[in-house]
Design a protein around this ligand. Structure first.
Ligand code: HEC
Ligand code: HEC
Ligand code: HEC
Ligand code: HEC
Ligand code: HEC
Ligand code: HEC
Ligand code: HEC
Ligand code: HEC
Ligand code: HEC
Ligand code: HEC
Length: 299
């Protein structure tokens, strides 16, 4: 059965996208691939489906197809040729390939998705590394529950290129991505940002404060390295030391606090009983203290 829901109104409809993407001008297809020169829009997806019936099997379930089907008010219809360009020449001679190189493909998607999260796409690390939208998204076939990702889950997608992060996340102390409480995108803006390491916050600390607000302070007694950079003492993803520390309990502190005073007494250095976690057993407010008598971070 040929469905006639594919009436192309491709790019003809102006207005705001349901997804919040900004309205953009059409792109110059022949600058992306000269083979488009002279080609016209067929403007009828049923023509495409006539030869590409199987393309519809999975694509039909996607948000793109649904929007095209119901012509959601005010949305620009993402019909076949919105992404594949004017195809009259291809219909006449199907063997003429009109495939696009990776970076040009992004331009196709950005026609409708250049706003919001993609504002910094062009200056982002992933774009700079030659990735395209299709490196992470399979728009013809949804393989994830949401966002048309090319893997079943977000972390599996990321691990396919960032294997080192998987092994970090497998360490004994780790941010609970494995447990499903966080996603990589809880901390990273993978579509590009002007922040370091594609973080959601302007700095590492701002990113951490977004969930661990109590560490922001201000405190009556600040601990200088905490203000500077949480990464001075912590790993972001995982560590085999407790509480994501980047070195073992007392060694952590002794990088900056040389032996002297009470510290050279063995009993203050223990990482096992009777002093439990070593220094922080007594210096319980290592992130800063709000007690008037907390100058030594002991309360
Ligand atoms: C007369 C049959 C026919 C029609 C009509 C047709 N195609 Fe094709 N298409 C083919 C064949 C054959 C190929 C090349 C073999 C392959 O890779 O499957 C192809 C390849 C493609 C490809 C992959 C290579 C490329 O050029 O990017 C896309 C995408 C595509 N077609 C989209 C469309 C769209 C969109 C329409 C409707 C405007 C359409 N086709 C209409 C037969 C057709
Ligand atoms: C939202 C953009 C978008 C829309 C809309 C879209 N496609 Fe695609 N299509 C792509 C991309 C990107 C690829 C490249 C393969 C991939 O990454 O999934 C592709 C690949 C294809 C291929 C090649 C498949 C292969 O296995 O190589 C065909 C054929 C095709 N599309 C046909 C269609 C037809 C027919 C329609 C309309 C019913 C359509 N597409 C609508 C973006 C789109
Ligand atoms: C002609 C406009 C248009 C183009 C071109 C387009 N999209 Fe979309 N896209 C939309 C609209 C509209 C929606 C919202 C659909 C909905 O309501 O589910 C959407 C939704 C999405 C979503 C979210 C889907 C979900 O299930 O959460 C992703 C991911 C996406 N698009 C990726 C892409 C990629 C990648 C490309 C390029 C290959 C692309 N889009 C090209 C209009 C477009
Ligand atoms: C490095 C992998 C990666 C690349 C490259 C990528 N995306 Fe995404 N995209 C994701 C992930 C992960 C999500 C879901 C989490 C989120 O919303 O950030 C997502 C979500 C989306 C969504 C739905 C939510 C939203 O932000 O509106 C759209 C639309 C989208 N991507 C479009 C694009 C477009 C367009 C491109 C290319 C310019 C692109 N993506 C490139 C990984 C990627
Ligand atoms: C197709 C491969 C690929 C996928 C998939 C991918 N990345 Fe990347 N990513 C890269 C490359 C290449 C770089 C740049 C080189 C580098 O720094 O390793 C990079 C860089 C990064 C950076 C470092 C940015 C910086 O400024 O140091 C972060 C963070 C990142 N990716 C997170 C993610 C997340 C989160 C996901 C999953 C949503 C993801 N990546 C998916 C290939 C990929
Ligand atoms: C709790 C926040 C958080 C989560 C969740 C998170 N990251 Fe990160 N990530 C960071 C921070 C902070 C940095 C920068 C570390 C630094 O500056 O030393 C970073 C750095 C990176 C880098 C670049 C340095 C490196 O280790 O290669 C990549 C790639 C990366 N993250 C990928 C991921 C992936 C993939 C996931 C999901 C499996 C993920 N991140 C989850 C906070 C997070
Ligand atoms: C998106 C929210 C989020 C962000 C951002 C975030 N965290 Fe977390 N963090 C969590 C959650 C959730 C836990 C687990 C809490 C639990 O299990 O009770 C956690 C646990 C921790 C732990 C304890 C780990 C353990 O083994 O008990 C440390 C240390 C930590 N985070 C440090 C950081 C640092 C440093 C940053 C900034 C790089 C950061 N967090 C950013 C949500 C976040
Ligand atoms: C001077 C080293 C140091 C710095 C810098 C540091 N931490 Fe910690 N952090 C620790 C130690 C040590 C522990 C374990 C404390 C304990 O066992 O009582 C810890 C534990 C934690 C915990 C889990 C227990 C709790 O107190 O909730 C979180 C969350 C945390 N840190 C977040 C942060 C954030 C966010 C930053 C940056 C604003 C930061 N840390 C900077 C040393 C540090
Ligand atoms: C990266 C270096 C660094 C690390 C690591 C570090 N500190 Fe500090 N610490 C400082 C600095 C700098 C000060 C401020 C010193 C001053 O004001 O004279 C300080 C101050 C203190 C003070 C108050 C000292 C005073 O004289 O008032 C205590 C107590 C303290 N740190 C304990 C710890 C403990 C416990 C750890 C391990 C969990 C630790 N520090 C890890 C740099 C560090
Ligand atoms: C048994 C409890 C206890 C343990 C364990 C402990 N401290 Fe202290 N620390 C204190 C007390 C109490 C003070 C305040 C002493 C004072 O005011 O004279 C202090 C003071 C300090 C000071 C401030 C400088 C000074 O001498 O007054 C630093 C720095 C410090 N400790 C670091 C450490 C480090 C690093 C460790 C782990 C190697 C550690 N402490 C283990 C109780 C402890």
């Amino acid at each position: 059965m040929k469905v006639n829901i594919w009436k192309g109104t491709i790019l003809a409809l102006a207005g705001l996208l349901a997804a919040g993407a900004a309205v953009a001008a059409n792109i110059e297809w022949d600058t992306l691939n000269p083979a488009f020169r002279g080609a016209m829009y067929v403007n009828d997806a049923s023509v495409c489906v006539g030869c590409h019936e199987d393309a519809l099997t999975h694509y039909g379930q996607t948000g793109h197809a649904q929007v095209a089907k119901f012509g959601k008010q005010g949305s620009r219809t993402p019909d076949c040729e919105a992404c594949h360009g004017p195809r009259s020449a291809h219909v006449a001679d199907p063997d003429s390939s009109l495939a696009l190189p990776a970076l040009s493909q992004a331009a196709v998607c950005l026609q409708c998705h250049q706003g919001e999260n993609r504002i910094y796409w062009k200056s982002g690390r992933h774009q700079a590394a030659g990735l395209s939208c299709a490196s992470c998204h399979t728009v013809m076939e949804p393989k994830s529950k949401k966002s048309l990702l090319s893997r079943a889950s977000e972390s599996e997608l990321c691990y396919s290129c960032h294997a080192n992060v998987r092994s970090e996340m497998n360490k004994s102390s780790h941010h609970p991505v494995r447990e499903g409480k966080l996603e990589c995108s809880s901390c990273h803006q993978v579509h590009g940002t002007s922040n370091p390491a594609l973080l959601i916050g302007a700095t590492v600390n701002e990113t951490c404060y977004s969930c661990h607000q109590e560490k922001r302070g201000p405190f009556i007694w600040e601990h200088a390295p905490v203000r500077e950079d949480c990464m001075t003492c912590h790993e972001a993803h995982g560590s085999n030391n407790r509480k994501l520390q980047n070195s073992k309990d007392s060694f952590l502190c002794l990088q900056c606090h040389t032996y002297g005073g009470h510290i050279n007494l063995p009993r203050y250095n223990r990482t096992s009983n009777p002093y439990g976690e070593g220094c922080v057993n007594c210096h319980v407010t290592v992130h800063g203290s709000n007690s008037p008598s907390g100058a030594k971070l002991t309360r």
